[in-house]
Ligand binder design. Structure first.
Ligand code: 48H
Length: 274
């Protein structure tokens, strides 16, 4: 006997358990593309409370379509250890280039991140930040369909010690912070420099170099780092995105005082009991 109302109760109870545990975070990650998912995974591995807010229903950002809808991605050798951490299969192409199936890559990033304890709230757009005493202190969220329908509904707030803008080309969190709070960023000019045209070699280096804190409490990774600091775009080579995600996780972890070993031990105990 299946009771329809029990299904409703199960979904709503379990969802709100998850939602409540995403309201006071060590790191709020905005955008579930490669850089955001990788950052979230390493933070969760270190026992930190981390949630990813993704405006689309699906996670994975720009991975799925590879290059021009040919659903393979290219990764350079520097990023192979990250593919291995996620259990992603790849093939050597030659000359230090490797390829991976885009669908497999996106799925594995999502699987490993959620398995490590990352909470993903999807169809949920970050439209503003919480700002307290000269620092970014969280994010302001609203369901994407509410925004799409143009409904006049107020958003809700999530507190976070650190916020990562991993929204890709748009760098939406940095843009809204600059627009509303007129803050000076930790960039060459103090402002947003904007993304430059395609040059993979330079773009890949710059995205890694520019990954980091741009304003107290606010970090950038992936294409958002390129867009904020004036890096070149690099096309469908994804090593820089993965390395940027891992790098920012290390930076955020350091700012939080390192791994939460009690939480890590709890997680390991749960995994051992499975
Ligand atoms: C919630 C949001 C919001 C918001 C956007 O674009 P992404 O895949 O991001 P990266 O930086 O991890 O990877 C970039 C890569 O995919 C890419 O585009 C490359 C390498 N381009 C090179 C080139 O030359 O073009 O993912 C960002 C995610 C997406 O899923 C968005 O839906 C989401 O962020 N997002 N989520 N609130 N305000 N804005």
């Amino acid at each position: 006997m299946i009771n329809d109302v029990t299904v409703t109760k199960a979904i709503s109870e379990r969802f709100f358990e998850k939602f409540h545990s995403a309201l006071e975070l060590d790191a709020a990650i905005v955008g579930a593309g490669p850089s955001g998912l990788v950052a979230a995974y390493y933070l969760a591995q270190a026992g930190r409370r981390v949630a990813v807010f993704e405006s689309k229903l699906s996670i994975g950002g720009g991975i799925w379509g590879g290059g021009m809808l040919m659903n393979e991605i290219v990764v350079q050798d520097d990023a192979l250890e990250i593919l291995r951490d996620f259990g992603i299969s790849y093939r050597e192409y030659g000359g230090g280039y490797y390829t991976a199936d885009a669908v497999h890559t996106a799925s594995a990033l999502a699987y490993r991140a959620t398995e490590a304890g990352v909470i993903v709230i999807n169809a949920c757009r970050v439209e503003d930040v919480l700002f307290r005493e000269g620092r970014v202190a969280g994010v302001v969220i609203l369901w994407t369909p509410v925004l799409t329908a143009g409904l006049h509904v107020d958003p809700l707030s999530v507190g976070a010690t650190t916020v990562l803008d991993a929204t890709g080309h748009a760098a939406e969190v940095v843009h809204v912070t600059v627009r509303k709070m007129e803050v000076e960023l930790n960039t060459e000019t103090g402002g947003i420099l904007g993304e430059r045209s395609m040059w993979a070699e330079s773009g890949e280096q710059a995205v890694i170099e520019h990954t980091g804190e741009v304003f107290p409490g606010l970090y950038v990774a992936g294409m958002a780092a390129a867009a904020v600091h004036g890096g070149h775009r690099m096309g469908p080579i994804f090593g820089g995105m993965l390395i940027s995600g891992k790098k920012v996780a290390g930076q955020i972890l350091e700012s939080l005082g390192g791994a939460d070993s009690a939480a890590t031990a709890d997680r390991d105990a749960v995994a051992a009991a499975r």
